[in-house]
Ligand binder design. Sequence first.
Ligand code: LYS
Length: 257
Amino acid sequence: TRLHLTRLTLSLGALLGAATLTSAQARTLAEIKASGTLKIGTNAEFKPFTYFEGNTMKGFEYDLGNAIAKQMGVKAEWINQPFDNLLIGLNQNRFDLVISSHGITPERARAVDFSLPHYCSGGVILSRPGGPKTAADLKGKTVSTQVGTTYVDQIKKVTGDRNLRLFPNNSGALQALMSGRVDAMVNEKFYSLEALKLNGKKLQQGEMLFQEKLGMAVAKGNKTLLGAVNASLKTVQANGTYAKISRSHFGQDVRCR
Ligand code: LYS
């Protein structure tokens, strides 16, 4: 037992040490510019934000990230990862920037640094006709969502841990709703609209549970990159690029006001 404990402590220490070392090595703006490529992590199964159509990545955040990279004078290289791995991967220096609809929360802001919000949205209730539509309706009902998201805490607040059903992917959470394994799903407003469009009369949208500001993330302390990302976001928001991209995906401008 003692040997086991020692081994465990050692490997944990090594892991923490490695994490600290790599996060200290996050690429600076100068290094990124010299390489010509900005590496962006995302979870591309979140239409209309980032998603695949065949082998091609698309979406609002995909277009926005490319516009920001262009503004910085580099090319974006997109890396698709499970949502729950993204902020960890950032601090392990697997990518320079994460653009994946992260709600800016104090908890996350302790681990990474967030840009200015790149859009504002919220989590809505989705159910089958006759199912729950309000926060009050959700009490005692089973609710699905994606693991690691801000929706998790909001669902717990209204229906408790016991009724929460977590899925690695949004598609799994949606499938659980469609097949009747859960009573409702909570997910992002525009993601839910896509699901409604695809599934016609089989689904209904309920009320918005909460609102949030969504931001892009860099490794903790990567000030030069954060400055360039914020400056580029401001530029594309001022010169019409942002509005054009936003309207093409949502039919409206989703910037925070
Ligand atoms: N906005 C939610 C969050 O911050 C969902 C993120 C994207 C999920 N694919 O956790």
